[in-house]
Design a protein around this ligand. Structure first.
Ligand SMILES: NC(=O)c1ccc[n+]([C@@H]2O[C@H](COP(=O)([O-])OP(=O)(O)OC[C@H]3O[C@@H](n4cnc5c(N)ncnc54)[C@H](O)[C@@H]3O)[C@@H](O)[C@H]2O)c1
Length: 126
Protein backbone atom coordinates (compact mmCIF):
# COMPACT_ATOMS: atom_id res chain seq x y z
CA UNK A 1 0.00 0.00 0.00
CA UNK A 2 2.48 2.62 -1.24
CA UNK A 3 1.49 6.27 -0.73
CA UNK A 4 -1.40 5.06 1.41
CA UNK A 5 -3.27 3.99 -1.72
CA UNK A 6 -4.65 0.54 -2.42
CA UNK A 7 -2.71 -0.92 -5.35
CA UNK A 8 -4.71 -3.02 -7.79
CA UNK A 9 -4.08 -4.91 -11.02
CA UNK A 10 -6.74 -6.44 -13.25
CA UNK A 11 -6.45 -9.57 -15.39
CA UNK A 12 -9.11 -9.49 -18.13
CA UNK A 13 -9.98 -6.29 -19.92
CA UNK A 14 -13.43 -7.36 -21.08
CA UNK A 15 -16.99 -6.70 -19.96
CA UNK A 16 -16.19 -7.08 -16.27
CA UNK A 17 -12.63 -5.78 -16.11
CA UNK A 18 -13.16 -2.60 -18.11
CA UNK A 19 -15.96 -0.96 -16.06
CA UNK A 20 -14.11 -2.04 -12.94
CA UNK A 21 -10.99 -0.31 -14.25
CA UNK A 22 -12.97 2.83 -15.03
CA UNK A 23 -14.37 2.92 -11.51
CA UNK A 24 -10.93 2.46 -10.00
CA UNK A 25 -9.52 5.26 -12.16
CA UNK A 26 -12.15 7.56 -10.71
CA UNK A 27 -11.09 6.80 -7.13
CA UNK A 28 -8.09 8.75 -5.83
CA UNK A 29 -7.37 6.16 -3.15
CA UNK A 30 -6.84 3.37 -5.69
CA UNK A 31 -3.54 3.02 -7.55
CA UNK A 32 -4.14 0.94 -10.69
CA UNK A 33 -0.80 -0.69 -11.48
CA UNK A 34 -1.69 -2.65 -14.58
CA UNK A 35 -4.09 -4.55 -16.79
CA UNK A 36 -3.59 -7.77 -18.69
CA UNK A 37 -5.52 -9.32 -21.53
CA UNK A 38 -4.58 -11.84 -24.21
CA UNK A 39 -6.10 -9.41 -26.69
CA UNK A 40 -3.88 -6.32 -26.80
CA UNK A 41 -6.84 -4.42 -28.25
CA UNK A 42 -9.36 -5.42 -25.57
CA UNK A 43 -11.24 -2.37 -24.22
CA UNK A 44 -9.54 -2.58 -20.82
CA UNK A 45 -6.12 -2.62 -22.49
CA UNK A 46 -6.97 0.44 -24.56
CA UNK A 47 -8.27 2.28 -21.49
CA UNK A 48 -5.17 1.38 -19.47
CA UNK A 49 -2.83 2.61 -22.23
CA UNK A 50 -4.80 5.84 -22.48
CA UNK A 51 -4.05 6.46 -18.81
CA UNK A 52 -0.38 5.47 -19.05
CA UNK A 53 -0.95 2.25 -17.11
CA UNK A 54 0.92 -0.96 -17.91
CA UNK A 55 -1.05 -3.10 -20.36
CA UNK A 56 0.44 -6.54 -20.89
CA UNK A 57 -0.61 -9.78 -22.54
CA UNK A 58 1.39 -11.70 -19.90
CA UNK A 59 -0.69 -11.55 -16.73
CA UNK A 60 2.08 -12.71 -14.40
CA UNK A 61 3.99 -9.54 -15.38
CA UNK A 62 1.48 -7.61 -13.26
CA UNK A 63 2.68 -9.37 -10.12
CA UNK A 64 6.33 -9.58 -11.17
CA UNK A 65 6.55 -5.87 -12.01
CA UNK A 66 4.73 -4.64 -8.91
CA UNK A 67 6.40 -5.73 -5.70
CA UNK A 68 4.00 -5.16 -2.82
CA UNK A 69 0.91 -5.17 -5.03
CA UNK A 70 -2.13 -5.34 -2.74
CA UNK A 71 -4.78 -6.89 -4.97
CA UNK A 72 -4.93 -8.69 -8.31
CA UNK A 73 -8.41 -9.16 -9.69
CA UNK A 74 -9.09 -12.08 -12.00
CA UNK A 75 -11.78 -10.79 -14.33
CA UNK A 76 -11.18 -13.42 -17.02
CA UNK A 77 -13.55 -16.18 -15.92
CA UNK A 78 -10.71 -18.58 -16.81
CA UNK A 79 -9.96 -20.95 -13.96
CA UNK A 80 -6.40 -21.57 -15.16
CA UNK A 81 -5.60 -17.88 -14.71
CA UNK A 82 -6.61 -18.01 -11.06
CA UNK A 83 -4.68 -21.23 -10.47
CA UNK A 84 -1.54 -19.84 -12.12
CA UNK A 85 -1.73 -16.61 -10.12
CA UNK A 86 -2.14 -18.45 -6.83
CA UNK A 87 0.68 -20.88 -7.67
CA UNK A 88 3.00 -18.00 -8.55
CA UNK A 89 2.26 -16.20 -5.29
CA UNK A 90 2.90 -19.41 -3.34
CA UNK A 91 6.11 -20.17 -5.27
CA UNK A 92 7.46 -16.68 -4.60
CA UNK A 93 6.35 -16.75 -0.95
CA UNK A 94 4.19 -13.70 -1.60
CA UNK A 95 2.01 -13.53 1.51
CA UNK A 96 0.79 -10.02 0.71
CA UNK A 97 -0.96 -9.93 -2.66
CA UNK A 98 -4.58 -11.09 -2.64
CA UNK A 99 -6.19 -12.77 -5.65
CA UNK A 100 -9.78 -11.59 -5.79
CA UNK A 101 -12.36 -14.25 -6.47
CA UNK A 102 -15.41 -13.98 -8.67
CA UNK A 103 -17.68 -13.77 -5.63
CA UNK A 104 -15.78 -10.77 -4.24
CA UNK A 105 -15.84 -9.08 -7.67
CA UNK A 106 -19.57 -9.60 -7.76
CA UNK A 107 -19.91 -8.16 -4.26
CA UNK A 108 -17.86 -5.07 -5.20
CA UNK A 109 -19.79 -4.54 -8.44
CA UNK A 110 -23.09 -5.00 -6.63
CA UNK A 111 -22.10 -2.51 -3.93
CA UNK A 112 -21.13 0.04 -6.59
CA UNK A 113 -24.36 -0.68 -8.45
CA UNK A 114 -26.53 -0.49 -5.35
CA UNK A 115 -28.15 -3.83 -6.12
CA UNK A 116 -27.10 -7.38 -6.87
CA UNK A 117 -25.33 -7.78 -10.24
CA UNK A 118 -26.09 -10.97 -12.17
CA UNK A 119 -23.15 -13.02 -13.34
CA UNK A 120 -23.30 -13.72 -17.04
CA UNK A 121 -21.23 -16.87 -16.71
CA UNK A 122 -22.49 -18.37 -13.47
CA UNK A 123 -21.89 -21.88 -14.71
CA UNK A 124 -18.18 -21.13 -14.87
CA UNK A 125 -18.13 -19.76 -11.34
CA UNK A 126 -15.27 -20.93 -9.14
N1 LIG B 1 -20.22 -9.36 -17.16
C1 LIG B 1 -20.84 -9.48 -15.98
O1 LIG B 1 -22.00 -9.12 -15.79
C2 LIG B 1 -20.08 -10.07 -14.80
C3 LIG B 1 -20.29 -9.60 -13.51
C4 LIG B 1 -19.51 -10.10 -12.47
C5 LIG B 1 -18.58 -11.10 -12.73
N2 LIG B 1 -18.42 -11.58 -13.98
C6 LIG B 1 -17.45 -12.65 -14.19
O2 LIG B 1 -16.26 -12.10 -14.78
C7 LIG B 1 -15.66 -13.08 -15.61
C8 LIG B 1 -15.39 -12.52 -17.03
O3 LIG B 1 -16.63 -12.13 -17.65
P1 LIG B 1 -16.69 -11.04 -18.81
O4 LIG B 1 -18.12 -10.81 -19.14
O5 LIG B 1 -15.84 -9.86 -18.40
O6 LIG B 1 -15.96 -11.79 -20.01
P2 LIG B 1 -15.21 -11.13 -21.27
O7 LIG B 1 -15.04 -12.24 -22.25
O8 LIG B 1 -15.85 -9.87 -21.71
O9 LIG B 1 -13.78 -10.73 -20.67
C9 LIG B 1 -12.82 -11.69 -20.29
C10 LIG B 1 -11.48 -11.22 -20.83
O10 LIG B 1 -10.47 -12.05 -20.28
C11 LIG B 1 -9.47 -12.20 -21.24
N3 LIG B 1 -8.63 -13.37 -20.96
C12 LIG B 1 -8.95 -14.68 -21.08
N4 LIG B 1 -7.89 -15.44 -20.75
C13 LIG B 1 -6.88 -14.59 -20.41
C14 LIG B 1 -5.53 -14.76 -19.99
N5 LIG B 1 -4.97 -15.98 -19.88
N6 LIG B 1 -4.76 -13.66 -19.74
C15 LIG B 1 -5.31 -12.43 -19.86
N7 LIG B 1 -6.58 -12.19 -20.27
C16 LIG B 1 -7.36 -13.27 -20.54
C17 LIG B 1 -10.21 -12.32 -22.56
O11 LIG B 1 -9.37 -12.01 -23.66
C18 LIG B 1 -11.34 -11.31 -22.36
O12 LIG B 1 -11.02 -10.03 -22.89
C19 LIG B 1 -16.63 -14.26 -15.60
O13 LIG B 1 -16.18 -15.22 -14.67
C20 LIG B 1 -17.93 -13.67 -15.13
O14 LIG B 1 -18.76 -14.62 -14.48
C21 LIG B 1 -19.14 -11.08 -15.03
Amino acid sequence: MENGKISVAIVGGGETGTPMLQQFLDLDFVDVRGVSDLDAKAPGMTLAKKHGIEATTEFLDLVKHNIGLDIVIDATGVEEVRKTLRAHLADTDNQHTVVVSQSISRLLMSMANGSLVDLKHDRHGY
